[in-house]
Ligand binder design. Structure first.
Ligand code: PAF
Length: 323
């Protein structure tokens, strides 16, 4: 290598290092019109307001960097910097967070937000530092409901043999097995093509997803059973977090909090307006009564014993007791 060429290469390497240090590659599964898009926008704007041009958030919506598991694995090795993701695959990284995926454990949005913003939620966030990640805050998707192309779901009997896509989440898979369905775990980017091709009959997601991903185009029935709360997480790669100074860390934390507020606002709004929107788009929507939901809860009594063994009855009781 000539001296001149070596100097030019060193200069280029330095520039590239600087540029990539300032870019925050953020991947998320849903469109910019979704609650994740709203969260990512608030994150981006807050970071800019706090730190000027020091960091540029590059958005990769709609699974542009792959499924949620791939994105989180990318963050562990530092090829991706940030994400907003569901709890779908989180328990593959930190098994304890699976407790939040237990059906009917979190009662309503207020209960869920109080638990996640409190000591129990904070303790769970801290565990991500042990696996090459840094979790900033718990965001949200809302309560999950069932959509399918076979008919309305009103009782567990209606789920019999239903090929329902679940997240790659052992807690959810176990629950749908107990309810008599045929759960088919699958990464999100494969779901809409699988529904289009009829490879699966249904899927389950909150209104925020059903509405923003236009699932009415591939599903006829939405049964609002709210079987489980769906948290989301705002997270950075451990490498990015460790490279920040204290001022920058505080700014990223503020950006994470702003993302949570934006996501929750979106969810509050879609919980009210989403049902009408789906009906207008031609979907048949049924809302399960308290009594109907109780049938699903009763059918899960045996698996609750397994959940208690796995996650600890004390923790589950503490969550239930949180006001
Ligand atoms: O069903 C899922 O996998 C998740 O809820 C989704 C749609 C990817 C959002 O995180």
């Amino acid at each position: 290598m000539t001296k001149h060429f070596a100097l030019a290469a060193a200069a280029l390497a330095a520039t590239t290092a600087l540029a990539s240090a300032a870019d925050v590659k953020m991947g998320y599964a849903l469109s910019e019109n979704s609650h994740y898009g709203a969260g990512a926008k608030a994150f981006d704007e807050t970071l800019k307001a706090e730190l000027g041009d020091a960091f540029t958030v590059q958005h990769f919506p709609s699974s542009g960097l792959g499924g949620e598991r791939e994105v989180i694995e990318g963050m562990q090795i530092g090829t991706i910097d940030a994400t907003i993701a569901s709890s779908g695959t989180l328990s593959n990284f930190v098994p304890e967070v699976g407790v939040f995926d237990i059906p009917f454990l979190l009662r309503d949005l207020e209960h869920a937000r109080t638990v996640l913003d409190g000591e129990i939620g904070d303790e769970m966030l801290a565990k991500f530092d042990d696996v090459g990640l840094h979790a900033l805050a718990w965001g949200e998707q809302g309560f999950r409901h069932i959509t399918n192309s076979r008919g309305p779901i009103e009782t567990p009997d209606d789920l019999e043999g239903l090929k329902i896509r679940t997240m790659e989440n052992p807690v959810h898979i176990k629950a749908f097995e107990a309810l008599g369905a045929a759960p088919t775990p699958m990464a999100w980017p494969e779901v809409i093509p699988a529904l289009q091709q009829g490879a699966i009959d249904g899927q389950e997601n909150p209104l925020s997803v059903i509405v923003s991903a236009n699932l009415n185009e591939v599903q006829d029935f939405a049964s609002l059973d709210g079987h489980v709360y769906s948290p989301a997480i705002v997270m950075l790669s451990g490498q990015l977090w460790d490279s920040l100074d204290d001022t920058q860390k505080a700014a990223f934390e503020k950006a994470g909090d702003a993302a949570v507020v934006a996501m929750r606002d979106y969810v509050d709004n879609v919980e009210v307006e989403g049902i009408e929107a789906l009906k207008e788009r031609g979907m048949q929507v049924n809302i399960l009564s308290g009594e109907q939901k109780k049938l699903f809860q009763d059918a899960l009594a045996d698996v609750y014993v397994d959940y208690e063994a796995e996650f600890g009855k004390e923790l589950m009781d503490n969550i239930i007791a949180t006001e």
